[in-house]
Design a protein around this ligand. Structure first.
Ligand code: NDP
Length: 385
């Protein structure tokens, strides 16, 4: 029987890679719902191509356009609530590929509906943390990591007892400014920041990779997902992006997952789990690669990584504040309003005024997120030079 799939964020980078895999294995997968924020044209094309039953565009002013493009072949809905309808549709798998905290409510809805959720949308787990992992346990949902690092760890953990794990080691390419001096980073343009050396991704995660905030968010994600505290998760710079992450066990054994940098590999693993399917990813030729390099991260030039670790250790509302401040700062940087190096300064300032307890509901998470965004917008002018 074909596996029914909902794709939240179908028009994005992860969404497109998922669709590529679906189209390579039509006998295994059937897309039942697709969503986008504003891009009704691309969404209509995807809905038509896949034969999806429901297409959702969040921007209500695009709903009419989507309806005109799709006619009566597919149900069309718009607005944020419609995302919940898509997330909870009768399906075997929900691909969570919305960018940012905007994905939190639909992901939680899928979790509360007991679905298998292939989670690319790391910001949802960073902000909801234990609320999400506890809800998954309560509702019998399964969270499958799509992020290549967490997917690597998930693969390395298969068949192991969690108490035998001593350390998780997340690898990071170091991004486009790995060897750039601080003065050069201060002048970095959005085009330079999104030009990732190894991966082709959406704009927001590309900037996060350049600041190393992406690795910071992944550190928090790994801690919640695998139940491992900050002090037992290391970050290792590995410019080739061949070793996707590692797990060290109590006996000193270290397992790693390797592969060429192609997101279709971790996405395929989540889509077919617990089986595997073929992907077009380039096969690894280690002899041709010859050398794999590793180094400690430089938290002096990349303070975002330190800020994320501090937020994880502080707990409470800190990871939500970190994420919201970062989302606002990255959007401002991409709009040309602040410098690249201001991103971490903005996040640091936002965290300095924070010390609230952990939220007890998703409503509270969303409120902290909203308040932080307002606070950050207000203070941004004062911080940025
Ligand atoms: P993209 O920016 O390429 O795509 C984002 C998707 O989310 C689009 O479909 C977009 O719709 C939709 N979207 C944007 N804003 C909203 C909103 N407010 N409400 C609902 N939908 C929205 O992002 P990526 O595919 O690069 O990343 C998606 C997630 O996956 C992120 O959390 C990222 O960190 C994570 N990830 C991505 C990787 C990658 O290789 N790209 C690797 C690992 C993790 P529209 O097109 O209409 O704007």
């Amino acid at each position: 029987m074909r596996r029914k799939i909902v794709i939240l964020g179908a028009t994005g980078s992860i969404g497109k890679s998922t669709l590529d895999l679906v189209e390579r294995s039509p006998e295994r997968f059937e897309v039942v719902a697709v969503t986008a924020a504003t891009n009704s044209e691309a969404l209509a094309e995807i809905a038509r191509r896949t034969g999806a039953k429901l297409a959702v565009v969040v921007d209500e002013s695009r709903g009419g356009d989507l309806r005109t493009r799709l006619g009566t072949d597919c149900s069309v809905a718009s607005g944020e609530e419609a995302l919940i309808e898509a997330a909870t549709m009768d399906a075997d798998l929900v691909i969570a590929a919305i960018v940012g905290c905007a994905g939190l409510r639909p992901v939680m809805a899928a979790v509360e509906a007991g679905r298998i959720v292939a989670l690319a949308n790391k910001e949802a787990l960073v902000t909801a943390g234990n609320l999400m992992t506890e809800a998954a346990e309560r509702h019998g949902a399964t969270l499958l990591p799509v992020d290549s690092e967490h997917n690597a760890i998930f693969q390395c953990l298969a068949g192991s007892r969690r108490e035998d794990v001593s350390r998780l080691i997340l690898t990071a390419s170091g991004g486009p400014f790995r060897t750039t001096a601080e003065a050069g980073m201060r002048e970095a343009t959005p085009a330079q920041a999104i030009a990732h050396p190894n991966w082709s991704m959406g704009a927001k995660i590309s900037v996060d990779s350049a600041t190393l905030m992406n690795k910071g968010l992944e550190l928090i994600e790994a801690s919640y997902l695998f139940g491992v505290p900050s002090k037992r998760i290391d970050v290792l710079i590995h410019p080739q992006s061949v070793v996707h992450s590692l797990v060290e066990f109590v006996d000193g054994s270290v397992l790693a997952q390797l592969g060429s940098p192609d997101m279709r590999v971790p996405i395929a693993y989540a889509m077919a789990w617990p089986e595997r399917i073929e992907t077009p990813a380039q096969r690894l030729d280690l002899a041709a690669i010859a050398n794999l390099d590793f180094a400690d991260p430089d938290t002096g030039r990349f303070p975002a990584l330190r800020l994320a670790r501090d937020a994880l250790e502080a707990g409470g509302s800190a990871p939500i504040v970190l994420n919201a401040a970062n989302e606002v700062a990255v959007a401002s940087f991409l709009a040309g309003a602040i410098r690249f190096t201001d991103i971490a300064s903005v996040v640091e300032r936002a965290l300095a005024g924070d010390g609230d307890p952990a939220p007890s509901s998703i409503g509270e998470v969303m409120e902290i997120d909203r308040n932080t965004r307002e606070r950050v917008r207000d203070m941004m002018k004062a911080v940025c030079t």
